[in-house]
Structure formats: structure tokens, C-alpha cells
Design a protein around this ligand. Structure first.
Ligand SMILES: C[S@@+](CC[C@H](N)C(=O)[O-])C[C@H]1O[C@@H](n2cnc3c(N)ncnc32)[C@H](O)[C@@H]1O
Length: 221
């Protein structure tokens, strides 16, 4: 749950390079349940080709590769070379190296031709970007997905209308506003950003982490 307010690839890279080796301890211990629910909601099938945006330390890459099996494949794009190194170690240890391709790059400019994937996945990454950049990332993912392809998003989410924000949620937002170099992400309305980017929402679920809502949403391109 951490990076830079301005969605600047160089500062994001420096930040995530610094925390790559500690990330599982800092964040994934709290986030893995939501991440795994998002993977399950994507309902991957053997043989599918799937893309992960912001793969971090690679935990989902391994789950995605197992779900698509030997006949499928996974490509991942992350801006941090150090995250890539940590993820590559886990992929090698899981003996999934032939199925998984890891690229260092910017999610706003994906290095793949149109219609390359049947599915895509991203967890705790979309909410790092400012609104214009969220639109760019979602447009890029839509471009590289086949028509009708699915995008699974797990993201810190806004508190739904009619519900009260918890003290922790308010503190988190305040921290993002005043100390974006420490708390880089900001809750988003996942269903709405997907719809605005031209996806139809096929699945929308929610859980809370420490009283803060997390959206688990699948959009169809
Ligand atoms: C909060 S971490 C989440 C990692 C992983 N998805 C997870 O759930 O554990 C965000 C990841 O997005 C990557 N990232 C940040 N900005 C990016 C960009 N512009 N393009 C691609 N990846 C980016 C970071 O390097 C980091 O690995």
C-alpha cells in the first residue's frame, strides 16, 4: 500500500526498490486474503494468457500461473527492478519460469500488441495512480485484452455512500494528503473507474482490512 503521490514512474521505482525485500512483511501479511479473493473472482481457465500489472513480490504471479497451467502463460509488468528480482526468485523456486515472463515497465504504456491476453489482474496498484493515470492504465489494459477479456482489480476503495468512514480510514486519507511519500495510495471507487474506462462490471465484492474497505471487482473489456 505504498509509492508516490504524483504517479511518477521514477519516484515509484525508487520507493518500491527500497522496500522490495520487506514488502511481504509490511503489506502482504494484511493484504493476501483480498488479493487471493480477487484471483479467485477472475476465474482463470487452463490455457489462458494473463497479464499482471504491478506484480510486486510475485505472490499472485505464482497463483495465476498455477491457475492457467502448463498450457497457459503469465506476463507481468512492474516499474521496480528490485521487485522484479524478488518476484523472479519466487517464480524460479516454484519452477514456473517457463510460464511466467517478467518485465520492468510502466503500466501506462504496456509493451504488448492489441488483443494479447484473455485476462488481466492488478492488486493494490491502481489506487497509486492519480485519476488521469488510472484512466491511462485502464485504457492500456483494455487495449491489450481481447474483446470481452476480464480485468480483476483489488484496490483500497472509497467508503460507500451512507456508511461512515472509520477513524483509521480518515487518518489514512489525511496521511496520503499530507505525507504522500509515506502513504502513496488513495481509496478509489473501483466500479466507477472501470465503467468510466469502458469496462462492464461482471463481479463486485468488498472486504475490509483494519476497517478500511477493499474493492474486489472484475470488469469485462
Ligand atoms: C503496493 S505494491 C502491490 C504489489 C502486488 N500487486 C501486491 O498486491 O502485493 C504496488 C506495485 O506497483 C508497482 N508500480 C508502481 N507504479 C507502477 C507503474 N507506473 N507501472 C508499473 N508498476 C508500478 C510497484 O513497483 C509495486 O510493485
Amino acid at each position: 500500500m505504498s509509492g508516490q503521490h504524483e504517479s511518477n514512474p521514477q519516484s515509484d521505482q525508487a520507493f518500491y526498490d527500497r522496500i522490495a525485500h520487506a514488502y511481504d512483511f509490511i503489506a502482504d501479511a494484511n493484504e493476501h486474503t483480498a488479493r487471493e479473493r480477487g484471483e479467485a473472482a477472475l476465474n482463470l481457465q487452463p490455457g489462458e494468457r494473463v497479464l499482471e500489472i504491478g506484480f510486486g513480490t510475485g505472490n499472485s504471479l505464482i497463483d495465476l500461473a498455477k491457475a492457467v497451467g502448463d498450457t497457459g502463460s503469465v506476463a507481468g509488468v512492474d516499474v521496480s527492478p528490485k521487485m522484479r528480482d524478488v518476484a523472479a526468485g519466487k517464480v524460479a523456486e516454484a519452477q514456473l519460469g517457463t510460464q511466467v515472463e517478467l518485465l520492468v515497465g510502466d503500466a501506462r504504456k504496456l509493451p504488448f500488441p492489441d488483443d494479447s491476453f484473455q485476462a488481466a489482474f492488478t492488486s493494490f496498484t491502481l489506487e497509486l495512480f492519480e485519476p488521469d493515470d488510472i484512466a491511462k492504465v485502464l485504457a492500456e489494459v483494455k487495449r491489450v485484452l481481447e474483446p470481452g477479456g476480464r480485468l480483476g482489480v483489488v484496490s483500497m476503495a472509497v467508503v460507500p455512500a451512507g456508511e461512515q468512514e472509520s477513524t483509521l480510514e480518515r487518518t489514512y486519507k489525511w496521511m496520503h494528503q499530507h505525507f504522500p511519500h509515506i502513504v502513496d495510495c488513495h481509496p478509489i471507487d473501483v466500479d466507477t473507474v472501470l465503467k468510466e474506462a469502458g469496462y462492464s462490471v461482471a463481479h463486485s465484492d468488498r472486504m475490509d482490512i483494519w476497517t478500511m474497505p477493499v474493492g474486489i471487482v472484475v470488469g469485462a473489456a
